[in-house]
Write a protein that binds this ligand. Structure first.
Ligand code: IMP
Ligand code: MG
Length: 180
């Protein structure tokens, strides 16, 4: 892929190369390795579809025994958060007493993650933390601290490495930002 691409009606230019993403994933994985070293079999819970590539790279850097699962919670259309959050599907096993690490591609307003956490809390896990590849501090509207943030960005719209613009761009290994 070149330095600029077109997805649907918009143009995007390269913003974060794969090597830089890898360094950020490595750093956040090391923090998690330190924090969870003595916890019993933590559960990584990826939110589909956006987190699949981040999860795949993150989990290879995790040094403790773990379990991994994915759930779905779709809420996004186009380049603006719709604000409508649908319910959580795909969580079939009990998480009672488990240490859960939610793996998300990006936390923008925080609506999706907040909804997800509130649902999971009713299932009585031992702990819940969020590990997000990207955090947008300028648009986050919730009180809840997001503990693990691999990278922070402004309010720009990005694609690649799992993130999409109306389903396109997920397979890109670098991160691209919208230009027009
Ligand atoms: P929130 O509920 O506003 O925090 O939005 C979270 C969801 O919106 C993420 O899981 C993404 O699917 C999507 N999203 C937010 N910002 C972007 C972006 O810049 N690019 C692609 N998807 C985004
Ligand atoms: Mg998502």
């Amino acid at each position: 892929m070149g330095d600029t691409i077109k997805l649907h009606d918009k143009k995007f230019k390269i913003m974060i190369p794969a090597a830089e993403i890898d360094r950020a994933v490595e750093a956040v994985a090391q923090r998690i390795n330190r924090d969870y070293a003595d916890k019993e079999t933590p559960l990584f819970l990826g939110i589909l579809n956006g987190s699949f590539m981040f999860m795949s790279d993150l989990i290879k850097k995790i040094e403790f025994q773990n379990e991994l699962s994915f759930v779905k919670l779709a809420s996004y259309e186009g380049t603006e958060s719709s604000g409508h959050v649908r319910s959580l599907i795909g969580l079939n096993n009990s998480i009672e007493g488990r240490h859960v690490i939610i793996v998300e591609d990006i936390v923008d307003t925080g609506e999706s993650i907040d909804h997800m956490i509130r649902d999971l809390e009713t299932r009585k896990p031992a702990s819940i933390e969020v590990c997000t590849l990207f955090f947008k501090p300028g648009s986050y509207r919730k009180e809840r601290p997001i503990k693990y943030r691999a990278m922070e960005i402004g309010n720009e719209f990005i694609v690649g490495y799992g993130l999409d613009y109306d389903q396109l761009g997920r397979s890109l290994k670098d991160i691209y930002v919208v230009t027009e």
